[in-house]
Design a protein around this ligand. Structure first.
Ligand code: SF4
Length: 334
């Protein structure tokens, strides 16, 4: 049995002081961390329960436009919030595509961003080889069953995928993570918050020791109206994405694309931005030819392993369909 201490501070400053001590880890909904601790994958020396810290569960409008979602806002409350549903339906769709109602009632914004890969070799400590769990030991997934693993941005150290649906939508919406520590405050775009594995796959994000996510800010952009989140998975609910796509468009009155974002989930260690989408779509009507060009760009550089080559054609079809659905979303009111 692994012993750990437990603290439940009431304010951010107290939480940050505790977090500055080595071996500390924040816990909120616990929907991922408790499983990891039960399985012996993570063994923090001190748990800092931040669920009683005041002011972190609010969802409110920002003075300059946009919306701030507190780190402790539950996924259920965020998805159901009237301003999120009205202005950022992409985010509601993505959150509701993930987990189960019971989990969404517990899971928080901050925790969702920090959830760890569901690579089975990472969770099963019977496999010694896992660079993410035991740096320097190798990667059991490279020679093992890797149907669900990454095809983009991988390294020979790790081919795990990020499991978050919410993050894929947040990157498409160009959200920004608010981070606090005893050293001060910093803001990081969600697109830069999660990282590729490189030769240090033990680090999922850029969050440093003693840092806490306090909120996520959604800018008041107009990309959100014509948007769609498409998730392809093995069963209709309670399954992680094989491939998911967040598509967000700004359309002029005649249907010409004014701005576009396409982000793919389930294929990389972080939400995968299709940077070329903007150049390929802006200034044009949406036609099958241009959608297929975006799909081709999305899979450029893909490196499938023995069990997951199917993700390439699946991803291409999903990109085309998500963009088509997004173009119709504002017109149908969905
Ligand atoms: Fe570990 Fe990453 Fe390899 Fe999975 S893919 S076994 S998480 S190193």
């Amino acid at each position: 049995m692994h012993n750990f201490s437990y603290a439940r501070p009431r304010d951010i400053e107290a939480a940050l002081r505790l977090a500055a001590q080595p071996g500390s880890q924040f816990i909120a909904g616990g929907t991922n961390l408790v499983d990891l601790m039960k399985g012996g994958v993570q063994m923090p020396g001190r748990l800092i329960d931040i669920t009683r810290v005041t002011g972190l569960a609010r969802i409110h409008e920002l003075p300059q436009g946009g919306l701030r979602i507190g780190a402790l806002a539950t996924n259920a409350d965020t998805a159901a919030h009237s301003l999120v549903r009205e202005r950022y339906p992409l985010l509601s769709q993505a959150i509701l595509a993930g987990a189960s109602p019971q989990l969404r009632n517990m899971a928080t914004t901050g925790g969702n961003l920090l959830q760890r890969t569901r690579c089975p070799f990472f969770y099963d400590i019977g496999f010694r080889e896992c660079n993410k769990r035991n740096p320097g030991t190798g990667c059991a997934a490279l020679g093992g069953f890797n149907r669900n693993h990454a095809i983009l941005g991988t390294s020979e150290e790790c081919i795990a995928v990020n499991p978050s649906d919410m993050s894929v939508a947040l990157v498409a919406l160009e959200a920004v993570v608010q981070i606090r520590s005893l050293r001060g405050v910093r803001q990081v775009p969600v697109a830069e918050f999660q990282r590729l594995p490189g030769d240090t796959p033990q680090h999922d994000t850029i969050l440093g020791p003693g840092e806490m996510i306090t909120a996520v800010d959604l800018p008041g952009n107009s990309l959100a109206r014509h948007s769609h989140y498409l998730k392809v998975r093995d069963r209709a609910s309670y399954a992680f994405a094989l491939v998911s796509v967040a598509a967000a468009l700004e359309l002029e009155a005649g249907g010409v694309v004014k701005d576009a974002r396409v982000v793919v989930g389930g294929v990389a260690h972080k939400p995968w931005r299709v940077a070329e989408a903007r150049a390929l779509l802006v200034g044009h009507h949406l036609e099958l030819r241009s959608l297929e060009a975006v799909a081709d760009a999305a899979v450029r550089g893909a490196q499938p392993r023995q069990d997951n080559a199917f993700k390439i054609p699946l991803m291409k079809r999903a990109v085309v369909r998500a963009l088509s659905e997004a173009s119709q979303a504002g017109r149908t009111g969905t």
